[in-house]
Structure formats: structure tokens, C-alpha cells
Design a protein around this ligand. Structure first.
Ligand SMILES: [Mg+2]
Length: 259
């Protein structure tokens, strides 16, 4: 790939948009395919609202019971570590007793594995019932269809769980887009701001990092992808936080990549 452009150099000086050697397009979700507000104003409040009734209705579901057991383990570890403001959890009250602790985790936007799993189950219920529909910027579905038809391989890298990613694209406003997607990656592949994560994803997608283009609205994620050797593009969408600098080519729509 071309050398990293000097600060202030033209942003299209590196491998990137329009480059014929790109074989895999790796997409972030929030701020890239989907408005950031969908996650914070729709998905999270839905989970907070629907969790109590869901737990009541699924208390004897073995998968839910396993999530609650893991949550109890996380709670005990936090309590043992001396967390001061933990809400009470009376183990004798069953799954419903976990609700104050779940609400506490959600208020703090904590990355609890048990919470994420339960949120995924609640979202699945919402998507299947039609109460939730995955939001996309209007150019996303037609562009993914065009890239797929042209032989590009498409994948997602998001901090939301793979289950949550698949639900969003399966139940999207534009219908089921999962036939276009060849891979889903979450933080089990590594943090989004570390180069090793992108090397791992490229390996799984069976391409050299140089043949993979990553699109995100967060410069630190793009820096990590570029360090791994990937091409990059900064997604500039309504609702995104402004990004300083010209380190990465900017696109307002996926089609601007010219692939
Ligand atoms: Mg993002």
C-alpha cells in the first residue's frame, strides 16, 4: 500500500476509494450504516422497557436461566470488589430479582456479557414481532446489493454482539440484507481501536489486510485499521460527531467509495 500521507496531504493519497484491489469491505454500524440515534434512542430504551416482562415470561427458559446465573456471578464479583452503589439483589426472588441490577448496568452503559446476551434476546423478540425494525441510511441497501453483485465480499465490525448485528440486518427497513453479508465481527475479534483486530478479521475473511477497506465514523478505529494495512474511509453522516483532520478519505454515502 502507499505510504501514510503526511499531515495535510491530500486525503486520497493512499489505497482507498476507487482502488480495484479492494476485495472485502468491512463496515461499522453506528454512524456508518445506521444512525447513532437508533441504538441510543430506540434499541437501548426498548430493552430497558421490555426486560422485566421478558424475564417474567421466560424465567423457566434454560438459556435465560443461564444468562441470569452468569449475571449473578458478575454481581457477586462486583460486590466482592467493594462496589459501593450496587442495588440489592435477593437471589431468592428469581429472575425478577435481577431487574434492579440490570437497570443499574443499563444506566451506566456497562459492557456486561450477561446483560448483552439478555438484551439480544429481548431485541430478537422485538424484531420478530415487528416492533423493532433495523434503521439504515437510505443508500446502504442498494449499495450493498450492488457491491455484492459485483463480487465484493462484505462484513460488519461493531461493538454490538454478532447476534444483535444479524438481527438489525435481517429485519431492516429494506428487508433482509443478510444474504449480502459474508462475515460478522464483534469485540471477540479484539477492540476496534487495536490494529491486531483488523489483522484477525482479514485473516478470517481470507484476504491480506491491504485488500480490505474499513469504513467507520471514528478516527481512532480507522487509525488502527490503517496501522494493520487496511484501506480506510471516514463516514460523515447526520448525527455523527465531527472529526478533525484529513487523515482518512471522507465519504457522505457508501457509494462515494466508487468501488
Ligand atoms: Mg461507529
Amino acid at each position: 500500500m502507499a505510504a501514510r500521507p503526511a499531515p495535510g496531504a491530500a486525503s486520497r493519497g493512499q489505497l482507498g476509494p476507487g482502488d480495484a484491489s479492494v476485495r472485502v469491505v468491512l463496515l461499522d454500524i453506528e454512524g456508518t450504516t445506521t444512525p447513532i440515534a437508533f441504538v441510543h434512542a430506540v434499541l437501548f430504551p426498548y430493552a430497558a422497557r421490555a426486560l422485566p416482562a421478558f424475564l417474567e415470561g421466560h424465567a423457566f427458559d434454560s438459556a435465560v436461566a443461564a444468562d441470569i446465573a452468569l449475571l449473578a456471578h458478575e454481581y457477586a464479583a462486583e460486590k466482592a470488589a467493594g462496589a459501593a452503589d450496587l442495588p440489592p439483589w435477593d437471589g431468592a426472588s428469581g429472575a425478577a430479582g435481577a431487574i434492579p441490577y440490570l437497570q443499574y448496568l443499563m444506566r451506566q452503559d456497562r459492557k456486561s456479557t450477561a446483560l448483552k446476551s439478555l438484551q439480544g434476546r429481548v431485541w430478537e423478540m422485538g424484531y420478530r414481532g415487528g416492533e423493532l425494525v433495523g434503521q439504515l441510511f437510505e443508500d446502504v441497501a442498494p449499495t450493498l446489493a450492488g457491491w455484492h453483485a459485483a463480487g465484493l465480499r462484505l462484513a460488519i465490525f461493531s461493538s454490538g454482539s454478532i447476534h444483535a448485528q444479524q438481527l438489525l440486518f435481517r429485519h431492516s427497513e429494506a428487508g433482509d440484507l443478510t444474504p449480502y453479508l459474508a462475515g460478522y465481527f464483534d469485540t471477540r475479534s479484539g477492540p476496534k481501536r487495536e490494529a491486531s483486530s483488523y489483522r484477525c478479521i482479514a485473516q478470517t475473511m481470507e484476504v491480506a489486510p491491504e485488500a480490505m477497506l474499513f469504513v467507520s465514523d471514528v478516527a481512532a478505529e480507522l487509525d488502527a485499521a490503517r496501522e494493520a494495512g487496511c484501506a480506510t474511509a471516514l463516514s460523515v453522516r447526520p448525527g455523527n460527531a465531527p472529526v478533525e483532520g484529513e487523515e482518512h478519505p471522507r465519504i457522505a454515502r457508501l457509494g462515494d467509495l466508487g468501488l
